[in-house]
Structure formats: structure tokens, C-alpha cells
Design a protein around this ligand. Structure first.
Ligand SMILES: *[C@@H]1O[C@H](CO)[C@@H](O)[C@H](O)[C@H]1NC(C)=O
Ligand SMILES: *[C@@H]1O[C@H](CO)[C@@H](O)[C@H](O)[C@H]1NC(C)=O
Ligand SMILES: *[C@@H]1O[C@H](CO)[C@@H](O)[C@H](O)[C@H]1NC(C)=O
Ligand SMILES: *[C@@H]1O[C@H](CO)[C@@H](O)[C@H](O)[C@H]1NC(C)=O
Ligand SMILES: *[C@@H]1O[C@H](CO)[C@@H](O)[C@H](O)[C@H]1NC(C)=O
Length: 449
């Protein structure tokens, strides 16, 4: 029989967090490997007979694209090739022969933002010189990003709100009438990166056009805060004022990339402005999803969002090195706090949602792991090379005319209007948003839920 002090010792051992020493790259790499491994316990797409590039319920299709993007950054920052082949398999399978990430199984409910997150995986693969697909019939990573760009440019819609992309691609989806920040932010970010990679000014012109529109319509405020979007049927005037980390992140990296491409003081100021405004998502330099964490309502998709802000802040330090000293302390403090939440599961590698609490919450969730992985590997960014371009060693095959800009719509039974659960898509939920809002008395912030 154990004397009581042994029990205490066991308890101490049981809550020991994963080893993560910010000043020891080997410890960071080992920790990231455990976190990634735990994330991938949910993924079975590589098994024979399974569906490459899909996560099981409750995870939506887009999140798998985000996950493979995280694994590309994982490989690039750590040098570990363990998951490269499942990454290639998942991305090429979902990209399809045209490369535009519009697989028939998904298009019924596919949003521009969903497609955008897959395009980011392909774009990162090009920028990081991730091993190219070997199958000659598979489009290159760059060609995939260009294919998505082409399909989205063709959807730009000046009929309402002076322009912008709608959230949903097809008319029968409820979100078709919602123009949202993340869809346009994804398009902006992608266009900026394509400009940088290829040097083609057409992409930069589009990035500027999307940025200007975002500001004119009011989804971005004069002080660089981002609302979620608005219904286009009354001209995008009633904003859904919810603020998410990923909207700030997606515009931040796009602005930094435009600064790098143009070296213009305007883009420098925009980059700085977004960094300034991003402070609303930090508490003592530790990132938090303020729209849902304090009230405990973060849904499946939303649990991953902090990871994208972390990924894009890290990328911003490479595209706009003047931001380095401002950004790194936040990434380091957030990564350290995130690591402290990783005490769950067999390998103490299941992490918690709320980094500010520094405690595991009993969850084992792909989005939570993905976010922890992104922020924890982001602290390796000073040790790795900046993105390559076509002129600096990039080897990805492009196709500027790729992608079918008007693919045949997927079959939908006559008269059916699909009721999608908007709260659970890559875009945040306008439907739930208009039903209720919660005023958080202690902070005075209005949070739609
Ligand atoms: C990936 O590589 C591992 C180790 O070489 C192998 O066991 C696995 O079957 C490969 N998976 C795919 C999807 O190619
Ligand atoms: C679409 O679904 C079918 C049936 O489940 C599956 O065999 C196929 O691999 C899926 N396609 C994609 C691109 O996921
Ligand atoms: C630049 O990009 C545009 C838009 O995709 C394309 O039409 C054009 O062919 C590209 N130019 C070159 C030189 O690749
Ligand atoms: C960012 O914040 C700093 C410090 O408060 C301020 O001096 C600067 O003008 C701000 N820049 C922008 C673009 O908002
Ligand atoms: C653009 O990015 C490169 C690579 O990180 C960097 O060396 C260069 O200083 C950046 N340009 C500007 C204007 O910051």
C-alpha cells in the first residue's frame, strides 16, 4: 500500500505539462511532434478504403486543409518528414484534377473561405518548397493556389455592397447572402502571396482591390479591427460585430506580404496598424479567442482559430522584419502558455483550449491541437528561411490559367435549399448571430453568439 505522499507525487507527475523550453529548439521540436501526433490520432484518411483529406465528424472539410497546412509548417520548422506523405496525399486528393479544391463531395456546402484554407496549404507548400507531387497528372502546388485564385476572382460580385465575395459559392445555401470578412480575407491573402511568389502584378492589383473594398464596406474599421461580415440584401450595412483572431491574422499576413512586394509606406502602416489592433486578442501577451473563450461557447471550427493568427504572425515577421521585435514576445508567451495546457492523454500531449488558463480542460480536439501546434512551432520561425519565390529557388509548377472558373454546380434536388449550420463552417455564424447576443457586463464588449 502506498503511503499518502506517494499519491501526491503521482498527482504531480500526472499533471506535468509537455517539455517545452523556448531556448532549446530540440525541446520545441519534440514537443511539437507529440502535439502533432495527438492531433493525428483523429485522422484516418491515409488508411486503405478511407477518404484522404477528410476528418471524421464533427470536423468540417476545411479544417483538414488547415491541418495539412500546419503539417507543412511543422515539416519546415522542425525538419521532420514523418507526415509529408499523408500531407501530399490529402492535399492532392482534395485538389482534384483541376487543382481548385472543389471536389464533388464538398461543393454542395462549400464556402469561399473553405476553399481558401485548402489553397493556403497549397500556397505554403509552394513557398516552403515542400516536395512537389510526383504524379505527372497532379497540378503543382502553385497551380492549385492559382486555380483557386482564378475561381474566386470570377466570383467577385459588384452587384451588391459594391463588390466582395459572398460567403457561400452556390445560391441555394443560406450563407449565399452573407458577405464575410474571412472569405475576402482569404482571397486577399492568397492574391498577395501569389504576387510575391510569381511577381505577377495582376495578383497585387487584386489584393489592393480586396483590401480597399474591405475598408469601404466597413468590415475593417479605420483602426484596423475586423467585423465578421454582413447580409448583402440590405447593402452590407448591418454588421455582425463579432471579432475573430483569424480575420486579423489573414489580413495581417496579406498586408505584410504586400509591404514586402511593394515596399510602400502605406502597406507598412497597414501592417503596423493591424498589429496594434491585434492587442485585443492578448492578455499579458497570451493569445485568447475573446469572442468565445470567456463565455465558454467556442464551437468546433472556432477552437482552431488562434492557430492561424499565430501562423500568420510568424509569417509576418519574415515578410515584414520590422515587426519582429513586436511579434516574437507575443508568440513566445502564447506558446509557453499553450504548452502548459498540454497535460492530457497518454503522452501529456492533449492540450487545452484556453492558453490563458494554463490548464488542460479535458478535451481532445483537432482544432485545439492544431492551434497549439501552430503557436508552439511558430517560435522556431527565427531559425528558418523566409518563403521562396519563383526567383529565389521556388520549384513549384504553376499554371496561371488553371482552375475552371465556372465548374458545373453539384447536383441538388429540385427546390431544395440546404440549411447549413452556419455556426460550424469556416465562416462564423451569421444565423446564430442574428438570433441572440450576449453582453458581457464585466468588459462591456458586445459579443454575438
Ligand atoms: C507514408 O510513409 C510511411 C512510412 O514510409 C508508410 O508506412 C505509409 O504507408 C505511407 N503513407 C502513405 C499514404 O503513402
Ligand atoms: C467522395 O466520396 C466518395 C464516396 O465516399 C469517395 O470514394 C471519394 O474518395 C470522395 N472524394 C473525395 C475527393 O474526397
Ligand atoms: C498574371 O496573372 C493573370 C491572372 O491570373 C494571368 O491572366 C496572366 O496570364 C499572368 N501573367 C503571366 C505573365 O503569367
Ligand atoms: C501603433 O501604435 C503605436 C504605439 O502606440 C503608435 O505610435 C503608432 O502610431 C500606431 N500605428 C498605427 C499605424 O496605428
Ligand atoms: C522582404 O522579405 C525578405 C525575406 O524575409 C526580407 O529579407 C526583406 O527585408 C523584406 N523586405 C522588407 C521591405 O521588409
Amino acid at each position: 500500500m502506498l503511503p499518502p505522499w506517494h499519491f501526491l507525487l503521482l498527482l504531480v507527475v500526472a499533471v506535468r505539462a509537455i517539455d517545452y523550453d523556448l531556448d532549446d529548439p530540440e525541446s520545441i521540436k519534440a514537443a511539437c511532434k507529440s502535439i502533432a501526433h495527438q492531433m493525428l490520432t483523429h485522422y484516418t484518411g491515409m488508411n486503405p478504403g478511407d477518404n484522404p483529406g477528410n476528418l471524421p465528424d464533427p470536423y468540417y472539410w476545411w479544417e483538414a486543409g488547415a491541418m495539412f497546412n500546419a503539417l507543412i509548417e511543422y515539416w519546415f520548422t522542425t525538419g521532420d518528414t514523418t507526415w509529408n506523405n499523408i500531407t501530399t496525399q490529402g492535399i492532392t486528393w482534395q485538389a482534384g484534377p483541376s487543382g481548385s479544391f472543389m471536389p464533388a463531395n464538398q461543393t454542395r456546402t462549400e464556402g469561399n473561405d473553405d476553399q481558401g484554407f485548402w489553397a493556403f496549404a497549397a500556397m505554403s507548400a509552394a513557398e516552403r518548397n515542400f516536395p512537389n507531387p510526383t504524379d505527372p497528372d497532379t497540378p503543382g502546388w502553385l497551380a492549385m493556389a492559382q486555380a483557386v485564385f482564378n475561381t474566386q476572382a470570377a466570383r467577385w460580385d459588384p452587384e451588391t455592397c459594391g463588390g466582395g465575395l459572398r460567403w457561400q459559392i452556390f445560391t441555394w445555401n443560406n450563407g449565399y447572402n452573407y458577405k464575410n470578412t474571412i472569405s475576402n480575407g482569404c482571397f486577399f491573402n492568397l492574391a498577395a502571396r501569389l504576387a510575391k511568389y510569381t511577381g505577377n502584378q495582376t495578383y497585387a492589383d487584386w489584393a489592393t482591390k480586396v483590401w480597399d473594398w474591405t475598408r469601404e464596406v466597413g468590415f475593417m474599421t479605420d483602426d484596423y479591427r475586423f467585423w465578421d461580415g454582413a447580409d448583402d440584401r440590405n447593402g452590407c450595412v448591418d454588421f455582425n460585430h463579432i471579432e475573430w483572431t483569424y480575420n486579423t491574422g489573414v489580413y495581417l499576413m496579406g498586408a505584410a506580404t504586400m509591404y514586402n512586394f511593394t515596399e510602400s509606406p502605406d502597406w507598412k502602416e497597414h501592417t503596423q496598424g493591424i498589429i496594434n489592433a491585434s492587442s485585443v486578442f492578448f492578455e499579458d501577451d497570451v493569445m485568447y479567442e475573446r469572442a468565445c473563450e470567456p463565455i465558454d461557447t467556442c464551437e468546433v471550427d472556432q477552437r482552431s482559430f488562434k492557430g492561424y493568427l499565430a501562423r500568420w504572425m510568424a509569417a509576418t515577421t519574415q515578410m515584414a522584419p520590422f515587426t519582429f521585435d513586436q511579434v516574437m514576445p507575443k508568440l513566445r508567451a502564447s506558446a509557453k502558455a499553450a504548452a502548459q495546457t498540454c497535460t492530457g492523454g497518454a503522452g501529456q500531449a492533449a492540450c487545452g483550449l484556453e492558453w490563458t488558463s494554463r490548464k488542460w480542460d479535458g478535451m481532445d480536439d483537432v482544432g485545439i491541437q492544431l492551434a497549439a501546434l501552430e503557436v508552439m512551432q511558430s517560435t522556431l520561425i527565427p531559425r528558418v528561411d523566409p518563403p521562396v519565390t519563383h526567383d529565389t529557388g521556388g520549384t513549384s509548377q504553376g499554371n496561371p490559367g488553371g482552375g475552371d472558373p465556372s465548374p458545373p454546380p453539384p447536383p441538388v434536388p429540385e427546390g431544395l435549399r440546404i440549411e447549413i449550420d452556419t455556426a460550424d463552417r469556416a465562416g462564423a455564424g451569421i444565423l446564430t448571430a442574428v438570433m441572440s447576443f450576449v453582453l458581457i457586463g464585466s468588459t462591456g464588449w458586445m459579443v454575438y453568439e
